[in-house]
Design a protein around this ligand. Structure first.
Ligand SMILES: *Cc1c(COP(=O)(O)O)cnc(C)c1O
Length: 379
């Protein structure tokens, strides 16, 4: 065994201790938890923290109204309901997308209409909007995924002429495209997630940002049952999120510095362009690598680098009776087979982490033949 032996074959892992712990140590979060203990916020329905968080989110994103709720998934469903999506309506979305968005549309009794994605960054491609529209079209749901940014402005311009609502799911990119100066929200509604793997995390939670008071009121009504909100964020969750808003920009910038190093020296993978940083996407070429995608992921994980296969395209994984597809969706099909994604925490190691990940990838490619020999495909 030498220095170049891949960890999957018994060599030293590039990251000897595996991927970094998540969530990371955050003294300000610890202080916030202790403060919520000291003043009893940990055991109360109501306190100042949820309101503070909603106010700070509205300020950061430049909207008049913000609501928090139990998850990013509920935030998307609430947004759909708030713009009036109901039974029999159609919602246009990308065929390669976060699965629960598809299911949220169906949960309301509406039908997803699937359009293809961009070959460049695997995000929503607006070029098929005209083909996708029908008299039943009520909304377009656009997510920013894999670190990329969908051309939301183009979608909004198109939808204005058609009087169709636009919902922007920014669960994966609370600071994408606006690391320094938050960009104005152009969609009718933007949603966020505070789930356990996200850049801003409380373990669970979500938020909905509104440009328009009517949608805000409808969302509030839907989330309230009598005097209670039935799937609310707690004071304790708001307590841990508030200090993260202070460090969001710095932490995203740190990760980006690592990604820039990696992007400059990344043999064999093609990184999807963008400055969002959740599950950073790459086009993976099995032939160029010499390993199947699953085996590449396994080898990288042995090196302590948390790669995963990308999402399943919805037209490849869901019953055809549940959606309407526009065209043959070639890019979404390609993404289904060929995307790998890198989980963001490793990039909190900055430039050094970027170099190390590049080394781990290069080592895996160099030794592909040997790895393949040890792990023959199951027949
Ligand atoms: C994580 C995620 C969600 C859902 O958020 P949860 O808080 O986990 O329910 C929605 N959309 C996208 C694009 C996501 O990545």
């Amino acid at each position: 065994m030498n220095e170049d032996t891949p960890a999957i074959l018994g060599g030293h892992a590039t990251f000897a201790n595996g991927p970094p712990p998540w969530p990371p140590e955050r003294p300000a979060v610890r202080d916030a938890l202790l403060a919520a203990y000291a003043d009893g916020g940990w055991g109360q329905y109501h306190g100042p923290r949820v309101n503070d968080l909603e106010t700070r989110l509205a300020v950061r994103y430049g909207v008049p109204h913000a609501l928090t709720c139990a998850s990013g998934t509920l935030a998307v469903e609430t947004a759909l309901r708030a713009v009036g999506v109901g039974t029999g309506d159609e919602v246009i979305m990308a065929a390669y997308e976060y699965e629960s968005n598809f299911l949220s549309i169906i949960a309301i009794g509406a039908k997803p209409v699937l359009v293809d994605i961009s070959e460049t960054n695997a995000n929503f491609d607006p070029s098929q909007l005209d083909a996708a529209r029908s008299p039943a079209t009520k909304a377009v749901l656009v997510s920013h995924i894999h670190g990329g940014f969908a051309p939301i402005d183009d979608v909004v311009i198109w939808a204005k002429n058609e009087r169709i609502a636009v919902i922007e799911d920014a669960a994966q990119s609370p600071a994408a495209n606006d690391t320094e100066t938050p960009k104005a929200i152009v969609a009718d509604i933007r949603t966020l997630s505070f789930g356990g793997s996200k850049i801003l995390t409380a373990g669970r939670g979500g938020a909905i940002l509104f440009r328009n008071v009517n949608a805000f009121q409808r969302a509030k009504l839907w989330l309230n049952r009598g005097v209670q909100q039935w799937a609310a964020l707690s004071e304790l969750q708001a307590a841990v999120l508030l200090p993260q808003l202070d460090t969001l920009t710095a932490e995203v910038t740190l990760r980006l510095s690592g990604m820039q190093v990696l992007a400059a020296d990344m043999p064999g993978l093609r990184m999807l362009p963008g400055d969002g940083l959740y599950k950073i996407g790459f086009w993976f070429d099995t032939v160029a690598c010499g390993l199947s995608r699953d085996l590449f992921v396994k080898a990288m994980r042995a090196e302590g680098v948390a790669f995963d296969a990308g999402f399943k395209a919805l037209h490849r994984s869901r019953a055809p009776s549940r959606f309407r597809a526009i065209g043959t969706l070639p890019c979404a099909s390609l993404a289904h087979d060929a995307i790998v994604m890198l989980h963001h925490p490793i990039m909190l190691g900055g430039r050094l982490a970027g170099q190390q990940v590049a080394r781990a990838i290069a080592k895996t490619y160099r030794n592909a033949e040997q790895i393949r020999a040890e792990f023959p495909p199951l027949s």
